[in-house]
Design a protein around this ligand. Structure first.
Ligand code: AMP
Length: 411
């Protein structure tokens, strides 16, 4: 299918062409027509599926059909959980709106509000916002939401995880009751369904590829290792494998800092990215990583969520997440767009119980190995969970690149 058939104007097609996209992604193909029909949409899609263009393009199409001579009211509100995501969405909106007369801006916390207030005064058609700062500025009467025609809740599941439910409800109360609602979420817990039910009117449900399709493209492996040896193992894998761009996940902010410092001490350029870092530090770390100036980015789940890091070759789970869905999000950072990627998990005795949940969710048994010289003091069987193979690797990690095999689908 080509973009021409989706009902978008020439001005938008020109911007799409300039971005270099030739065909719509599945979520774009499915979501754009109902959004153009002004229907509410409930979309199951995670980062990497092209979901941002999936809602931005039709919104631009709808908004650009009507012009305001006087000060522009906010007609589309895009709510998203993190500053990084908000900034990324605005980049997309700006790129796609290059040839239409639509003004957009972003507001998020952690930075001076004055320039944001000044920007809002000039009139904005599309506002991308994190919930807290939006409410702050509304309270200061710096913006009005009374003319919003389209509401987007992006990464709705993560907004709930981050405790934004009350803020979202407050924001909903400030919007006109008659409006179009689009809800994007990677997972559908009971809470998300409840939220969707309360917001959406006869929604059209659209779905990108099921989550584990991403997972199947990724070579996954688990190394059984004692907790105290994890840093050494991570350094060994990165150095001996000569890995150039590695995303490492830790469970805690302190853990991210500690590991990043140790990597730097061992001559591996690294930066940590998490909620306690200033906006400036996070942006700098991310751009350094994207430009290959920093070899390793150590991140917590929330900080990494939604970051657009294309074609990442290596992901290391320094610690496994206790929520299985987070594992899927993490490894979704690699193996994109047909490129091969690998996801390595370092599993200590305390984490063995998470393995079963992850494998159940994926419907896969993930290969488990031990690295020579780093034999742990426990076995998966003793830790009472292993269902997969647990064989000893005789290869050095340096060479093991070629030997990472795909997880096997369980019958
Ligand atoms: P998203 O899931 O919205 O974060 O998008 C993930 C990445 O896919 C971004 O780098 C987009 O620029 C890119 N992208 C979005 N739509 C397309 C498309 N139709 N063809 C190729 N790349 C795309």
């Amino acid at each position: 299918m080509s973009f021409d058939l989706l009902g978008l104007s020439d001005a938008l097609l020109k911007a799409i062409d300039k971005k270099g996209y030739t065909t719509p992604s599945p979520i774009q193909e499915k979501a754009i027509p109902p959004i153009l029909d002004k229907k509410d949409v409930l979309a199951s899609a995670q980062t990497g599926t092209g979901k941002t263009a999936g809602f931005t393009l039709p919104i631009l199409e709808l908004l650009s059909q009507k012009h305001y001579d006087r000060r522009r009211p906010i007609r589309a509100l895009i709510l998203t959980p993190t500053r990084e995501l908000a900034a990324q969405i605005l980049d997309n909106v700006k790129a796609y709106s290059e040839f239409v007369d639509i003004r957009s801006m972003v507001i998020f916390g952690g930075v001076n509000a004055t320039p944001q207030i000044r920007g809002l005064r000039n009139g904005v058609d599309i506002l991308v916002a994190t919930p807290g700062r939006l409410l702050d500025l509304h309270e200061q009467k710096a913006l009005s939401l009374g003319k919003v025609e389209v509401l987007v809740l992006d990464e709705a599941d993560r907004m709930l995880d981050m405790g934004f439910k009350r803020d979202i409800n407050k924001i909903l109360a400030l919007l006109p009751t008659k409006r179009q609602n689009l809800l994007f979420s990677a997972t559908f817990s009971k809470e998300i369904k409840k939220l969707a039910h309360g917001i959406l009117n006869n929604p059209i449900a659209v779905e990108a590829a099921p989550e584990n399709t991403t997972a199947e493209k990724v070579n996954q492996k688990m190394y059984r290792v004692d907790k105290a040896k994890k840093t050494e193992v991570a350094i060994k894998l990165i150095s001996e494998g000569n890995w150039k761009q590695v995303l490492i996940f830790t469970r805690t902010k302190h853990g991210a800092n500690r590991l990043s410092e140790k990597l730097v001490k061992n001559g591996i350029t690294s930066a940590a990215i998490h909620g306690n870092k200033s906006q400036g530090a996070r942006t700098k770390a991310l751009s350094g990583f994207k430009q290959n100036k920093i070899r390793v980015l150590v991140a917590t789940d929330i900080a990494a969520r939604g970051l657009d890091i294309p074609l990442l070759p290596h992901v290391i789970n320094y610690e496994l997440p206790n929520i299985s869905e987070d594992y899927v999000h993490r490894i979704g950072r690699t193996g994109r767009a047909g490129a091969s990627g690998e996801a390595i998990s370092l599993v200590s005795e305390e984490e063995v119980s998470y393995v079963r949940g992850i494998e159940k969710l994926l419907g896969l048994t993930i290969e488990k190995e031990v690295i020579d010289g780093y034999e742990p003091s426990f076995s998966f069987n003793n830790a009472a969970t292993n269902q997969g193979s647990d064989k000893r690797s005789t290869q050095k990690p340096k060479r093991s690149n070629r030997n990472y095999s795909r997880g096997r689908r369980r019958k």
